[in-house]
Design a protein around this ligand. Structure first.
Ligand code: AHR
Length: 328
């Protein structure tokens, strides 16, 4: 009554529905629903290295849900090769738009040419690439990281205005080769070099993580007893460093002044307590803009090549004011 062929067909139908249901979580399985009116975006995320990244992922996932977009989400766990694999998988699945936040700036041309040949538009979110060929992507949405570094440097020059003693700075850099690490370093250096009293006495990567921030700060403290300022490329590394500073018997924010970038809730809390002195904001809430731009490029509309996020800076007093409403 239930023949072998009918059984095979039923099994195939079941498998297809399971693969379809997997689409929201993983680039590895399932085919794109393609057409049918529902926009399909393949998004390759960097990883989950920081509070900023977690908020960014949530913004993208929530906005996709709200916009009725099918999101195929892949977490590269900080590895470029995983992001390249995810992009290739999105091409095979024929998604409508590919979006990704590049782990590092270089090395994307080959895979992006593959996307271009497959006529799948690409959107860069949060981080840019350093390819000379800007036809490989439709648009970039995110922050001006050089400006963020400059804002950090400008606060410092204001803070030490009129003083002549040397100011010894240690720097915790983001992931090597990542746009925010390169640009925040360059922007800061460009401003402080105007005054020779500012000296970067040590600069090393803390990988944008709390654990590495703490560990590297410990080594800075062991080799230098004259640190005046810490400039950390994100809040998480700054928060890790605060633990190391306190363990060394020093007072963060007083014995060592601290500047960070991001303004996530934990960073803002430390700022309101005076453990951090200044935070340059970098907004992770890119989801709504991404959905809007993805729909536009999928519809063949022209979009701006670079869409910059509006951002501010925070002092401890300002952090106290905005903290109650801070969503991430
Ligand atoms: O690319 C944005 C940066 O990446 C954030 O400042 C940092 O916290 C993150 O990991």
């Amino acid at each position: 009554m239930f023949g072998k062929r009918a059984g095979v067909l039923l099994a195939a139908a079941l498998l297809a529905s399971v693969l379809g249901a997997c689409g929201d979580d993983d680039s590895g399985g399932g085919g794109s629903s393609g057409g049918g009116g529902r926009l399909v975006i393949g998004f390759a995320q960097v990883g989950a290295e920081s509070g900023w990244r977690t908020a960014n992922t949530k913004s993208i996932q929530d906005s996709a849900k709200a916009a009725g977009v099918e999101l195929k989400f892949s977490d590269a766990q900080g590895k470029q090769e995983n992001q390249i694999k995810a992009i290739r998988s999105f091409i095979t699945q024929r998604v409508d738009v590919i979006a990704f936040s590049p782990v590092v700036e270089s090395g994307w041309d080959t895979v992006l040419k593959e996307a271009k040949d497959a006529e799948i538009p690409v959107i860069l979110t949060d981080r840019a690439i350093d390819s000379p060929d800007d036809s490989l992507y439709e648009t970039f949405i995110g922050s001006d990281f050089v400006l963020e570094g400059q804002k950090a440097g400008e606060w410092l020059t204001q803070e030490y205005q009129g003083k002549t003693d040397p100011v010894n700075i240690v720097e915790l850099q983001g992931t090597p080769g990542a746009a925010p690490a390169n640009d925040r370093k360059a922007g800061f250096a460009e401003v402080i070099k105007k005054d020779p009293k500012f000296k970067v006495i040590a600069s090393q990567t803390g990988q944008f993580t709390r654990t590495d921030g703490k560990q590297v700060m410990e080594t800075f403290l062991q080799s230098h007893d004259d640190i005046d300022v810490l400039y950390a490329h994100n809040d998480d590394m700054g928060l890790g460093a605060i633990e190391a500073i306190e363990a060394a018997g020093k007072v963060p924010g007083k014995d060592i002044k601290i500047i960070t970038v991001d303004a996530v809730k934990d960073g803002m809390t430390a700022l309101s307590e005076g453990k951090i002195n200044f935070i340059v904001e970098c907004s992770p809430l890119l989801g709504p803009q991404l959905m809007d731009l993805a729909q536009k490029v999928a519809d063949g509309q022209s979009v701006e090549k670079r869409v910059l996020t509006k951002e501010t800076t925070f002092t401890p007093e300002q952090a106290k004011e905005v903290l109650p409403e801070r969503k991430y």
